[in-house]
Design a protein around this ligand. Structure first.
Ligand code: GLA
Length: 757
């Protein structure tokens, strides 16, 4: 059993392969204290870590100085209003307008397996994979109970947390804040790692030293957002990819969030994560419950890279679901950057036919096929096929696409995918004209537009049902294999025409539950469908959405060089199999840069791989590279999708080159991608140290290349290695490294490393 309760000491010990998490129950009042989180311990006699006998910690028994105690005790799930002045996890308002509560231990249970969380995305595992601890605690005064849920994964250094709050009193209680996790630790000169960004610049890695007071990342946009990511890691000073302690916290949720580290007067850090309390007030009637979304906690004593690989394994095995969980994804071509709104059946079929000749397996029709949508000014909500554009209708187009044979790929017939943005409504739409009150808005106030659209009030079951029927009708009208589900604005003007005044504070969360309900129904009714979530590029790339779609569009910025940073930040948390990445045309539509077609391919190979260009219009030279590129995808995708990812060099840090590696779990095969962003005169070759190989095994190293023109300047290692007559041990490749020297800006090489039999 990986969770044990030491009854004598009143200590819970939760063990993963390499970490321990320890909770203590103290005093007659049964405070629940946090004792330890870190490298695995073999004993439970560590209650002294709570410093109960030390000043200024005054035992609370006689209530002589309760405030001093509450304000410094390492609390497992801190509540507000009675003396703990650090960030609280839970706050309430009673009918009489009072706040203040304290949740103390009542009893617990430990059992194999992992509970589902009602209506919420959640990591899963069976009785062999997981053990769960539930601690019931209560505020005796309010009769408010909470169950603190902890699940330990047997094979991964992961502990998940969630909280279920129940009102057992006679009068309603308003939860005005209810976070999912808290960890109080001594500061180890922690630095906070987070991801920040903007549209087209998503998920850049940021690192800062923790100072006294509070530092947080958060979203109040109604979605996780481009700007901040629902993630935070606390890393010991100087922690690198391979060394140092890292505590990662990732939120399995797609709405408002807060992730915060607070350094207090006693040099303790309180890390908290949960739904942002902004405009949150959940009314709990007598007997009602509220369950918080899940926080995933990862501990690594082997640097940031180990945290990444743990999360990748967790998400691949225990979060992503559906038919494509472990399956290779079809290589698609999307018409957005090819045509924008200006397309018809003939144009799409011309793209599909040319694509199929070059090994592309699916055509995705993006925005503009429905209602009178000729620009982003109108028609969201009118999910009826525009037959002026699509002559013969949707089924005709899909059937024609399905008749096209694919050359060189693994699929025989071309498949069809479609874009939708079901959460939205344009003011200029039949749907809005019929149901203006279905848009989220404050009565009497003109709602703010964003991309000319409003957000539908998905807290209303009738709106969810109506939207779902439209989706269902479209998806059952033709052989649609893929949906790109978009979401192109943030939530503002929070108001629901259906919620009573004292439940308006539930709207943000109810909206997110509505989105989950829609995508859950879709998965149930169309189990073979491949869903790709998207939000103006990568604004809702979060573990919550990953539960519904095995891949998410990373960014509207498809420039190979910008993508190095976007994908590096994304891959810090997500498996490469989840990262939507395409080769697009140049000059790039977001930055105007021109990069070699081969380099664009190498970068996109690190994700789901596809194309975003008008294949009928690009140069013959570029087009001739597509078939070999798709073959490269087939050569490496099993490895890329399932292997261990290592970050070798970061362009964001060194400004000249980027390098990453994926190694198979059995260490027999590895792929190194090296991109030279800027060339420099008179420098030595770059030395890169490979990772994750078997030190004793012998490997053959070869450059895999297509498009001679662009890689001519790349002299990888030595001529002997290129001719594959020279082999190296894993030990040499990891400790002594290999040299790569190239000329030219924006160039790249793929290096295949294979174990000799
Ligand atoms: C968003 C997406 C794009 C594209 C457009 C269509 O911006 O991120 O990929 O689908 O919407 O309007």
């Amino acid at each position: 059993m990986s969770i044990l309760y030491d009854e004598k000491r009143r200590i819970f010990k939760l063990d993963t392969p390499k970490s321990s998490y320890i909770i203590g129950i103290v005093d007659e009042e049964n405070f629940i204290g946090h004792v330890y989180y870190g490298e695995r311990l073999n004993a439970t006699d560590v209650g002294y870590l709570m410093r109960l006998e030390e000043p200024p910690f005054v035992p609370s028994r006689n209530n002589r100085d309760r405030v001093t105690f509450l304000d410094s005790f390492p609390m497992e799930y801190p509540a507000a209003g009675l003396g703990d002045f650090r960030e609280a996890c839970i706050e309430v308002r009673t009918e009489s307008g009072n706040a203040g509560l304290q949740l103390n231990y009542v009893n617990h249970k430990i059992y194999p397996g992992k509970p589902k969380l009602e209506k919420l995305p959640v990591t899963f595992g069976d009785e062999q994979d997981c053990t769960t601890l539930e601690i019931l605690c209560e505020d005796e005064h309010l009769h408010l109970q909470a169950v603190l849920m902890y699940t330990v994964f047997e094979e991964l250094d992961v502990i998940t947390r969630s909280v279920r709050v129940m009102n057992q009193g006679d009068t309603p209680i308003y939860l005005t804040k209810v976070l999912s996790a808290c960890v109080d630790m001594d500061n180890k000169d922690f630095e906070m790692i987070s991801l920040h960004g903007s549209w087209a610049r998503e998920r850049r890695i940021q690192r800062r030293k923790i100072g006294y007071g509070k530092q947080s990342v958060s979203s109040m946009r109604g979605e996780s957002g481009h700007q901040d990511h629902p993630f935070m890691a606390l890393a010991t000073e100087h922690a690198t990819e391979d060394r140092g302690e890292v505590y990662g916290f990732h939120f399995v949720y797609s709405g408002n969030f807060i992730a915060q580290a607070e350094l207090n007067q006693f040099d303790m850090v309180r890390a908290v994560m949960g739904i942002h309390p902004h405009h949150f007030a959940w009314k709990l009637e007598n007997g009602a419950e509220f369950t918080t979304p899940e926080v995933v906690m990862v501990y690594s004593a082997e640097g940031i890279g180990k945290m990444s690989r743990t999360l990748h394994d967790l998400y691949r095995k225990h979060l992503i679901r559906g038919a494509f969980k472990d399956r290779k994804r079809p290589i698609l071509i999307n018409n957005w950057e090819a045509t924008y709104f200006d397309f018809d059946t003939d144009k799409l079929l011309a793209i599909a036919r040319e694509a199929a000749k070059n090994g592309i397996e699916m055509l995705v029709m993006d925005d503009g096929w429905f209602g009178n949508r000729s620009s982003d000014n109108m028609a969201l909500g009118d999910w009826f096929v525009n037959e002026d554009k699509l002559k013969g209708g949707l089924k005709y187009l899909v059937d024609e696409v399905n008749k096209i044979k694919v050359s060189g790929g693994e699929a025989d017939d071309m498949q069809f995918g479609i874009w939708m943005e079901p959460e939205m409504v344009s003011p200029d739409s039949d749907l809005y004209r019929a149901h203006p009150d279905w848009a989220i808005q404050i009565p009497g106030r003109t709602p703010s537009l964003c991309r000319n659209q409003y957000v539908l009030d998905l807290s209303r079951p009738e709106v969810v049902d109506y939207v779902y029927k439209m989706i269902y009708d479209i998806l059952s009208s033709a052989n649609i294999a893929y949906v790109k589900w978009d979401m192109n604005r943030q939530l503002t003007d929070l108001g629901s025409a259906a919620l009573p005044a004292d439940r308006q504070g539930e709207l943000y969360h109810r909206y997110v539950l509505g989105v989950y309900e829609l995508q859950g129904r879709m998965m149930r009714d169309f189990p073979e469908l491949l869903l790709e979530n998207c939000s103006s590029g990568g604004a809702r790339f979060d573990p919550g959405m990953l539960y519904f779609s095995p891949q998410i569009w990373s960014s509207d910025d498809t420039d190979a060089i910008e993508r190095l940073m976007i994908q590096e930040g994304t891959a810090m948390l997500y498996p490469l199999s989840a990262m939507g990445a395409h080769v697009s045309d140049c000059p790039n539509h977001a930055v105007g840069r021109t990069t070699p077609f081969t380099t664009r391919g190498y970068v996109a190979l690190a994700g789901t791989f596809g194309y975003e260009l008008d294949i009928t219009k690009i140069s013959e030279a570029d087009r001739s590279l597509i078939l070999p590129q798709t073959q490269m995808y087939h050569r490496y995708n099993d490895l890329v999708r399932t292997g261990d990812y290592y970050r070798i060099a970061s362009y964001a840090e060194n400004h000249y080159y980027d390098c990453w590696q994926v190694t198979s779990k059995d260490k027999k095969e590895s792929l190194v991608t090296f991109i030279q962003v800027l060339s420099r005169p008179n420098v030595h070759s770059r030395r890169v140290y490979l990772k994750g190989l078997d030190a004793d095994a012998t490997y053959c190293v070869t450059q895999d290349k297509i498009g001679e023109d662009f890689v001519k300047g790349a002299q990888m290692v030595t001529a002997e290695v290129l001719s594959a007559t020279q082999t190296y041990t894993g030990d040499v490749l990891m400790k002594a490294g290999m040299n790569i020297s190239m000329q030219g800006d924006f160039t790249g090489v793929l290096i295949s490393v294979r174990q000799m039999e």
